[in-house]
Each structure stands twice: as C-alpha cells, then as structure tokens.
Design a protein around this ligand. Sequence first.
Ligand SMILES: Nc1nc2c(ncn2[C@@H]2O[C@H](COP(=O)(O)OP(=O)(O)OP(=O)(O)O)[C@@H](O)[C@H]2O)c(=O)[nH]1
Ligand SMILES: [Mg+2]
Ligand SMILES: [Zn+2]
Length: 301
Amino acid sequence: MLGRIIKESAGFYYVIPGASSPDKEIYLCRARGIFRKKSERPSVGDIVDFSLTGTKDVEGSVDSIRERKNLLFRPPVANVDRVLIVFSGSDPAPNLLLLDRLLVSMKRKGILAAICINKSDITEDPVLLELKETYEGASYPVFITSAKENEGREALLSFMKGALTALVGPSGVGKSSIMNMLTQTDLAKTGEVAKKTGQGKQTTRTSEIYVIEDVENTYVMDTPGFSAFDISDLDEKELFHYFPEIERESGGCFFRGCVHMEEPEDKCAVKAALSKGLIKESRYNNYRTIFSDLRSKRSYR
Ligand SMILES: Nc1nc2c(ncn2[C@@H]2O[C@H](COP(=O)(O)OP(=O)(O)OP(=O)(O)O)[C@@H](O)[C@H]2O)c(=O)[nH]1
Ligand SMILES: [Mg+2]
Ligand SMILES: [Zn+2]
C-alpha cells in the first residue's frame, strides 16, 4: 500500500494510507532492516510503500521510500510543499532578523513561504499593520491570526489548500495553537511562554503531520521551534536575489555587480528606493547584517 508517514516516535512510524484511500486509519509500522543497511532513514512526510504484517504490537512495515521532493530542517522532514513562518506580534516580540533569514533560506530551497503574525488579540494594531505592509511589500502573503480567539482560519486554509504546509518559527509563538485552530481539535500540545525570559518552552519536540479533514488533500506539519537555519554557504554577492523587493529595485543600479552596500546613493537604485521608502529600513538593515555575516564567515574558509 501507498501511504504517508505522519509521525515518528520511539522507532515507530505512523503511516496513513494515500490520499486516494477512503479509510482514515493510522498504521503503526517499523522500518525494514534494509534501511539500516543502506543507512537510509524514513522521515516524517515521506511517501512510502508499506505492508501489513499484523504482528502483535506492530501493524505493518515501511518497505520503501518514494522519491523525495525535498528534505528540510534538522531532524529532517520530507516533501514539504509550502512553509508558513509563524511569529507572534508580541509575547514573544517578533525577531525580524530571524524572519528575514528564514525567508532567504526558504527562497533558496524554492519553497513557497507565507508569514503568519499570531496573537493579534494582544498586539497593537499599528504593529500588525506595519508588519503586514513590510512583508506584503516584499511580495509575501501575510496572515494575521489569533489562535486564542479562533481568528484567521479561513485565510490560512486558502494558502494551505491541497498541499503539505510546515509551520515553522520560534518557540512560544503559537504554532501548535494554530494547528489546533486548523484541525479544530486540541490534539497538538501547547505550552506557556516563560515570564522571566519571554521565551517559549519548546513544548513541541518532534514534527508531526495533521490532516485537515474539511479541506481536500490538505496536510499541516507542526514542528519544534526552529531557531536557526544555515545559509552560510550562500555567496553574499547573491544575497539580494533573495530579498524580492531589493532585487526588484536593483535593475536601476549603475554598476554591474552592485551589492547595494557601500555604493553611493546616486549610483545605487536600491539605496535610492530606500530613501523614498519603497524598501523598508528593517528589511534593508537585515540585508546588511546578513551580508556582513556571510562575508565574515567566508573569510574563515
Ligand atoms: N494571547 C494569545 N496567546 C496565544 C495565542 N496563540 C497561542 N498563544 C499562547 O502562547 C503560548 C505558546 O503556544 P504554543 O502553541 O505552545 O506555541 P508553539 O509555537 O507551538 O511553541 P513550541 O512548541 O515550543 O515551539 C501558549 O500559552 C498559548 O496559549 C494567541 O493567538 N493569543
Ligand atoms: Mg508547539
Ligand atoms: Zn545597488
């Protein structure tokens, strides 16, 4: 049978039959020994061939893995179609440098990314509007939600429809709470934000896929709170291609190979666009920070 791994725990793989199958059952499987020999490992998200063995505490075995579309994050998950980057408007306050890094890394992997700003119930409207304007101006879809007040479900589902979307972002921003809003259950465990540090407590430990029952072929993956993504192999001179609004404005730069750093404003269209407010300062400043980081990392190699 064809199925998808939705969860892994203690050496067991939880497999649901392929989308074409009407039965909603979850099969508890072990991976065949052959994987260990090939030092290959099934991952959450994998499309697999599995068979029912019907032993006492295991129902089946994962026999082979179908070719993967991609393999992301650590520990890796497979076949992610879209990513929803989740931050909260407050508690914890959004870290825009991390957000911009995530956007760069998703764009490099060719994965469609959208941004969700959660906890709108405890965030001032001007803060929400500014974030929306900044990132829509950078050509990303932006969703404002409150998992607590069950707001924003329909809009999120219109982005997620017919695909597997991973929820990523720091701990405590409400990814699992959003998951529960999407599935209209309380299956995903949620945790507090620590008062002292203002950080989440890394409640979600492993990635797990949930099926959205009322929208066809729609799967959402809850993930642990990723805090870092490695983009250090990116050449800093290429970085501006991963900031859509900077790339858009760069066509008018005087120098070929302009990197929009120390070039003067009358020669750099990106800097001109920045002073006209066509590019947001926070985005440009984060571009500069990431550029410098990449350059200094490269000088070590
Ligand atoms: N006020 C408010 N609180 C929320 C909202 N969404 C989530 N929370 C709270 O934020 C805290 C963290 O929520 P989680 O859903 O566990 O966050 P998470 O992103 O899954 O965190 P990790 O699993 O640690 O990565 C919990 O106390 C939630 O009740 C919201 O929309 N508004
Ligand atoms: Mg969680
Ligand atoms: Zn330039």
